[in-house]
Design a protein. Structure first.
Lengths: 523, 277
């Protein structure tokens, strides 16, 4: 039993505006002294969310003292009220109205002055949250509307109001952490069968609840007059306050808001074909997807947007522009795989989760080697200071590169060094590869690549030794490329790392180096 | 050698043994070059600026006034029994018109071909004027054949110090008999025939194409009787360039025939690559 520390106000059996006013002023001072109470909030929401499967959508309504953005944040409202309750119904555009069984509320029996009352049902009540929901079939073209009422019930037990100076024969419930400037002594729903609400003209004190159209939570401030009506015309409610506690007479249930939301079932897309289904790398294509259930701009609604399209690939990338839903059976867009995209599958998805459809296209890229081994094959017979190197191409898939051409080039970012050269030399400074082009053989080999100094008919080694330049040599950088053999791409693509090529001269030897391989001889 | 083109006015670059000095004007630049082969170096610059193939041939350098001993400067292993002799060279300045989208990236043509061709011709004329104005003792001339410019000497200073008329080495007529041979073998035969015909060794310095590659090892049927070596060389290189070119890029092989005092001539090849428009 709560111990009352004092009394304020006298007994009265009906509306008593002056007493109420005095009570509000005093309560307001208490309210200001308790900012945590002042900030208490209640969230009300109704809407639709993903259903149990792609063929269903879930309508729900909720009244809660839990911040939907922070499930650990429970406001003081949770301790102020006994339960948070919600009641909703769903109306279909086909004319059918569904009352959510879980939302039928049994606490109606606690309400007074409500004719007939509400039928008992599964309470959609709880603390800190009262929520109920129902799965509905997704029917293309059908729109659902969920409408909800949100309620509070005060902490019990009830007391005869005359115990605390109120009306004799009435009952009072405490509102210990704050109060509502409610004027309704009952809630206001006027729904009819199967949840018969109060009928007849609104009773004195009926207030208009704030209405929200939302698929998200709306905040109802537990603050007098801020959100819940005007606070005027308290009707027959007779609050009493003892040390900050507020007592509502005769009513334990308080309507605080209504919400509603709409959902239109979007068409479920299907795909029957895509053209073209092969996308060569580096080329621009206009692609058309044929199917059903695509939503055009003209047919789009707030809850059923234009059918989106996305393209996903593995290692490469594809730019997609100009997506256009031409009709309910056709979507077109422009795609361009990167110039160096490998051969791989692109997945095209249309629609939004959970109603999506996918198809695939093949990105046709160059088959490129990823590695090249180098083997010394001896010295040139015509140029004995030049080493001959044979290369073998490979990649992880073990692809054949037979018949393709490889080309050597000098990377733009690397310039070679020739320490043998002197200004005035008749042999040009050796800073770049000469630009060889080789076919790849059946065994994925190519070559030979000559690295060294020419001899015939003028011996460059002898020339530089005679100039007193030895030991010296050149270091040049080589970027290998391989020629694509696609119908749409016959350009050369870099492969492998930049190779270092060297030809060194000493007084008695020459050395040829390529990509880590080294061969020396007396010369 | 790659020579950076600097656009800053009055900037002076010291590179190896030559000096580049560029002055920027509204539509043209003036470059000053100091090098043992100032004409060759200037031609190299113009070729890079316009991506236009220009071949160059050294005059014979045999008179002592044209030679310098750089033994002490360049020998890493001192050998007093062998002196390192190179051309004395000199300084020249020349002016060229800025390409329409200067500086042109090497390998790209962004202006009208005819306009570029005219600009190249004017730049080459400026080079030769600059050489003459700097007191260059010999004369050069410029010819053009199928879009390729050739800068060749018309005389040289003989050992007695007298100007002697001469024709370019590559104008020497040689005979290459009909025979199946690789392209690289043909190049060697051209050099050998030239050496025999002129009495001056002519060899390949920087090898034109890699020894085992398609363009050097393919069989060629090029031959000729009593024809200028230049024509055979042009035919050979055209054949090899066709192997490298495709619908995206055009490869042209250019050369520098450089004279090494006491050693003879060496053919040095390089590519001029243009993107096709």
């Amino acid at each position: 039993m709560r111990k009352f520390l004092g009394k304020l106000g006298g007994a009265f059996s009906g509306p008593h505006p002056r007493a109420v006013t005095l009570f509000l002023l005093i309560s307001a001072s208490i309210f200001l002294a308790l900012p945590e109470t002042a900030s208490a909030q209640i969230w009300v929401s109704s809407g639709f969310k993903a259903g149990s499967d792609a063929q269903h959508i879930t309508a729900y309504c909720s009244t809660s003292a839990v911040d939907p953005n922070d499930s650990f944040s429970v406001t003081p409202a949770a301790t102020d009220y006994a339960t948070f309750s919600a009641q909703c119904r769903v109306t279909s555009s086909t004319g059918l109205t569904t009352y959510i069984p879980a939302c039928e509320w049994s606490e109606v029996q606690n309400m007074l002055f409500i004719p007939n009352g509400f039928p008992a049902g599964t309470p959609a009540t709880g603390n800190p949250t009262g929520i109920c929901s129902i799965d509905l079939p997704v029917v293309v073209g059908v729109t659902y509307k969920v409408e909800s009422y949100h309620y509070l019930s005060f902490i019990g037990p009830q007391y005869p109001c005359d115990d605390i100076g109120g009306s004799i024969g009435a009952f009072c419930w405490p509102d210990p952490e704050g109060f509502w400037a409610q004027g309704a002594i009952y809630w206001t729903p006027l729904w009819e069968t199967p949840l018969p609400g109060p009928s007849g003209p609104p009773l004195a004190g009926t207030i208009t609840l704030p209405a929200y159209t939302t698929n998200q939570s709306s905040i109802v401030h537990e603050e007098m007059g801020s959100e819940v009506g005007t606070g005027t015309n308290q009707g027959t409610a007779s609050p009493y306050s003892y040390e900050g506690e507020i007592w509502f007479m005769n009513v334990s249930v308080l309507g605080i808001a209504t919400t509603s939301a709409m959902y239109t079932a979007c068409p479920v897309p299907t795909i029957t074909s895509i053209s073209p289904s092969t996308w060569p790398e580096g080329t621009v294509n206009v692609v058309t997807i044929t199917g059903t259930g695509f939503t055009t701009t003209a047919n789009a609604t707030a809850s059923c947007s234009v059918t989106p399209l996305a393209v996903g690939v593995g290692t490469g990338s594809v730019s997609v522009t100009g997506v256009q839903v031409d009709s309910s059976t056709s979507i077109s867009f422009i795609e361009r795989p990167d110039a160096n995209d490998p051969t791989e599958t692109a997945t095209i998805t249309v629609g939004a989760s959970p109603n999506t459809a996918t198809t695939t296209a093949q990105i046709e890229g160059c088959t490129l080697p990823t590695a090249e081994s180098t083997a010394f094959k001896g010295w040139s017979t015509s140029d004995p200071a030049t080493g001959l190197w044979e290369q073998t191409l490979s990649n992880a898939n073990g692809d054949s590169f037979s018949g393709m051409n490889v080309l050597e080039g000098t990377p733009r970012t690397s310039s070679g060094v020739d320490t043998c050269w002197i200004s005035g030399s008749p042999v040009n400074y050796g800073s770049a590869v000469s630009g060889g082009k080789w076919p790849v053989g059946d065994d994925n080999t190519w070559g030979t690549d000559s690295v060294g100094w020419p001899k015939y008919p003028v011996d460059a080694v002898a020339y530089y030794r005679a100039q007193g330049r030895a030991p010296c040599g050149f270091t040049i950088y080589q970027q290998m490329q391989i020629q694509c053999t696609l119908p749409t791409d016959n350009t050369f693509h870099n492969y492998g790392p930049v190779n270092i090529l060297q030809g060194n001269i000493t007084a008695t030897t020459v050395t040829s180096k390529r990509a880590g391989g080294t061969a020396s001889r007396r010369y | 050698m790659t020579i950076p083109v600097n656009t800053a006015a009055g900037n002076i670059l010291l590179l190896s043994s030559f000096v580049l000095c560029q002055l920027v004007y509204a539509q043209s630049k003036t470059i000053e070059i100091t090098d043992p082969r100032p004409v060759s170096k200037a031609v190299e610059q113009v070729e890079a600026i316009y991506s236009w193939p220009i071949t160059y041939e050294d005059p014979l350098s045999v008179h002592e006034s044209q030679l310098q001993d750089v033994t002490e400067k360049v020998q890493r292993t001192p050998d007093s029994s062998h002196r390192v002799i190179i051309q004395r060279g000199g300084t020249l300045s020349f002016t060229y018109k800025l390409p329409s989208s200067a500086p042109l990236p090497v390998g790209e043509m962004s202006q009208d071909q005819a306009e570029a061709e005219t600009a190249v011709a004017e730049a080459l004329s400026s080079i030769l004027d600059g050489y003459t104005n700097s007191g260059g003792p010999v004369s050069f001339t410029v010819t053009e054949d199928e879009g390729v410019f050739h800068v060749v000497p018309t005389n040289f200073l003989n050992k007695e110090g007298r100007i002697e008329r001469s024709k370019p080495i590559l104008d020497t007529k040689i005979s290459i008999p009909q025979k199946r041979r690789t392209r690289i073998q043909l190049l060697m035969e051209i050099c050998e025939s030239l050496s025999k015909a002129t009495g001056i060794t002519v060899g390949a310095g920087n090898f034109p194409y890699n020894g085992g590659s398609i363009q050097s090892q393919s069989i060629t049927n090029i031959s000729g009787s009593d024809v200028a070596a230049r024509m055979l060389l042009i035919q050979l290189l055209a054949e090899m360039d066709a192997t490298m070119s495709d619908q995206h890029t055009s490869w042209t092989t250019s050369w520098q025939l450089l004279y090494g005092p006491g050693w003879g001539y060496m053919l040095n090849f390089h590519h001029v690559i243009r993107k096709k428009q």
